[in-house]
Design a protein around this ligand. Structure first.
Ligand SMILES: [Fe+2]
Ligand SMILES: [Fe+2]
Length: 340
């Protein structure tokens, strides 16, 4: 009986199929990547070592709406920190394409980091308002709308995920990961600001530790860009410019003013969102005011812009922040790269 394996010639070395995680291969150059990999191992922390009892105790002294507002914020954050599968998928792709051993190693650490961030969101909600949002029974219109805000944000996340899987068919690894630059820079800024302002110690520590992770993720995206920018043609560079804009649009939901581009959200979204933020602030949960948010974004964008300029990549126009650059047309679902 013949099979597709009947002609194998064992006297010769096998032919391996392309885009396959086999054969295992290692390389020990790319010292910059090794340094970052070592840093990632050194900087690990444990989300379960946070003083969650403090959070629970403080929450027990808050009223229902205040608890809801804090759980609401963590619920929205989790939309962006649901990135474990994002990086797990990147790990698979990196092995299939036999990227440098150290790059693959870094991606495994980011997968672990993002899983920690995801559990952190869950623990925060569980200690403030257990069961939110799915088991939360709204008692008035504001509560109902706040719950729907979170659920619809997550629904947009599901659109994001599909586009992300598709992106690997359309874009090379370097463009994909350079696209994450704005997201990581914004995340660094958000968590640094949140940790400086936080009054609850446990949250202060959480944000500080998360900022350390996100700073390292930013360093990774920066390294990918600097190691690949020279090979990027003008078209790829333009794509990166567009992605900086996309990063701003997507992350603005939590870091700035919920955007109109891309997102499909309930008509009351912004109004209820701002109410929730105010209630959370009254409860002692620090959230930066609009002016601070703008300042943080401007700094993040200028920081990314300064590194990109070095490689001949231009910033997009950001009229909201008073930054002028290349105009990026409406960001559409089928031609963007999701930013995490
Ligand atoms: Fe994260
Ligand atoms: Fe990150």
């Amino acid at each position: 009986m013949s099979s597709k394996y009947s002609n194998l010639n064992f006297e010769e070395e096998p032919d391996y199929p392309p885009e396959n995680v086999y054969p295992p291969k290692w390389n020990f150059d790319n010292e910059k990547a090794w340094q970052l990999y070592r840093r990632a191992k050194r900087e690990q922390w444990d989300e379960e070592s946070i003083d969650w009892k403090e959070v629970k105790d403080i929450a027990s002294g808050l009223d229902r709406k205040q608890k809801l507002a804090i759980a609401y914020w963590w619920g929205l954050l989790s939309n962006f920190d649901n990135a474990t599968p994002v990086f797990a998928y990147a790990v698979i792709k990196a092995f299939e394409q036999h990227l440098d051993t150290a790059i693959r190693g870094i991606l495994t650490t980011i997968t672990y980091d993002e899983n920690r961030h995801n559990i952190m969101c869950g623990l925060a909600i569980n200690n403030v308002l257990p069961g939110f949002p799915f088991d939360f029974k709204p008692q008035d219109d504001l509560e109902r709308k706040a719950k729907l805000n979170v659920l619809w944000t997550w629904w947009n996340g599901s659109r994001y995920w599909k586009a992300y899987l598709e992106a690997y068919k359309k874009y090379t690894f370097d463009v994909l990961f350079t696209s994450f630059m704005m997201g990581e820079a914004a995340a660094t800024t958000v968590f640094t600001t949140m940790s400086k302002g936080a009054k609850i110690n446990a949250f202060k520590e959480l944000f500080k530790n998360t900022a350390v992770d996100e700073t390292r993720h930013y360093a990774f995206t920066h390294m990918i860009m600097s190691q690949n920018a020279e090979k990027m043609d003008d078209e790829r560079k333009k794509l990166v410019t567009k992605q900086i804009r996309a990063g701003f649009v997507f992350l603005s939901l939590i870091t700035y003013i919920p955007p109109k581009d891309f997102w499909k959200l309930p008509p009351w979204f912004i109004e209820v969102h701002q109410k929730m933020e105010d209630i959370a602030r009254d409860a002692g949960f620090y959230i930066p005011e609009l002016k601070e948010k703008e300042e943080a974004w401007r700094n993040a964008v200028l920081r990314v812009g300064a590194s990109l300029k070095h490689y001949g990549i231009r910033l997009p126009d950001m009229p909201e922040l008073g930054i002028s650059g290349d105009i990026v047309e409406n960001i559409k679902e089928d031609d963007f790269i999701p930013v995490f």
